[in-house]
Design a protein around this ligand. Structure first.
Ligand SMILES: NC(=O)c1ccc[n+]([C@@H]2O[C@H](COP(=O)([O-])OP(=O)(O)OC[C@H]3O[C@@H](n4cnc5c(N)ncnc54)[C@H](OP(=O)(O)O)[C@@H]3O)[C@@H](O)[C@H]2O)c1
Length: 258
């Protein structure tokens, strides 16, 4: 039996991409899931698939993690339903192209609110429950936190650098409570984030063709499942002495510095 069977896992941004794929894998392992996202229809679709795949139970909380009351509701509804929390996956995130000459403070606030503020506030809200279960947190960062400075991505990359530092600082602060905090830092992966950033189908095709060659390992793109494997490893008892780590899933891209 999987160690995640009957464990309560909160996943933000579960209506799409990496969050949805993580929810589906945990479903096969019989977890109890609390799934959140703003898009009610897509969240319900993912929840249905999770039930079919074997999730023991699935709670859907439609909410916007940039709003304080929604973050509080996500944790409260999870605790009301399941009574405990073992793992928090802070995955919800948005990317944007925001050149220095034209970016707006609204873009800055939106990106930091979701990618940074929500990570820290949800950590605070989940803390009393994770203390009881000696649970853990996995934050989804990016290799953009350290590896490359991409034109137009100064805000996004800064949010992910902040995410790495929140991961390390909270790992240190929460270690005395037996709570582990780690991050997974993927290279570019094909999900809706690419569409939402504004890349056309054609641009996205070109980018992924170009990106494949930037990964020294096998010169191919990263699969969503490979990111999920890293998340589940860090969340599992195989990582009992790992905390404050930012685990890159980048096929060696950082080694060549691009
Ligand atoms: N794909 C990549 O290349 C890549 C690389 C490195 C890191 N990452 C990180 O991986 C994480 C997941 O991204 P993804 O690639 O899976 O993208 P995605 O498919 O666009 O998924 C993003 C998820 O975040 C949710 N979300 C966004 N804003 C939200 C808000 N204000 N409140 C609640 N939920 C919100 C979205 O749900 P709703 O739209 O339903 O709200 C969606 O479920 C992000 O943190 C991203 O920065 C991605």
């Amino acid at each position: 039996m999987s160690e995640f069977a009957s464990k309560v896992v909160v996943i933000t941004g579960a209506s799409s991409g990496i969050g949805a794929a993580t929810a589906k894998e945990l479903s096969k392992q019989g977890a109890l899931l609390s799934l959140t996202g703003r898009n009610k229809k897509r969240l319900a679709q993912v929840a249905d698939e999770c039930k079919k795949l074997g999730a023991k139970d699935v709670l859907q909380v439609v909410g916007d993690v940039s709003k304080q009351e929604d973050m509080e509701r996500i944790i409260k509804e999870t605790a009301d339903k399941f009574g405990e929390i073992h793992v928090l996956v802070n995955n919800a995130g948005l990317g944007l192209v925001a050149p220095i000459a034209t970016f707006t403070l609204d873009q800055f606030d939106r990106c930091f609110n979701v990618n940074v503020r929500a990570v820290l506030y949800l950590t605070k809200l989940a803390l009393p429950y994770l203390e009881k279960t000696k649970g853990n947190i996995v934050n989804i960062s990016s290799i953009g936190s350290t590896t490359y400075a991409t034109k137009g991505f100064s805000i996004y990359c800064a949010t992910k650098a902040a995410c790495d530092h929140i991961t390390k600082a909270s790992a240190l602060e929460l270690a005395k409570s037996g709570i582990r905090v780690n991050a997974v830092n993927p290279a570019v992966v094909k999900t809706n984030i690419i569409v939402n950033i504004g890349f056309s189908e054609e641009q996205s095709k070109e980018m992924f063709a170009d990106n494949a060659g930037k990964h020294p390992l096998n010169e191919r793109n990263i699969k969503v499942e490979e990111v999920v494997d890293a998340i589940l490893f860090l969340a599992s008892d195989k990582a009992t002495m790992i905390t404050g780590s930012c685990l890159k899933v980048d096929g060696g891209r950082e080694l060549v510095g691009q």
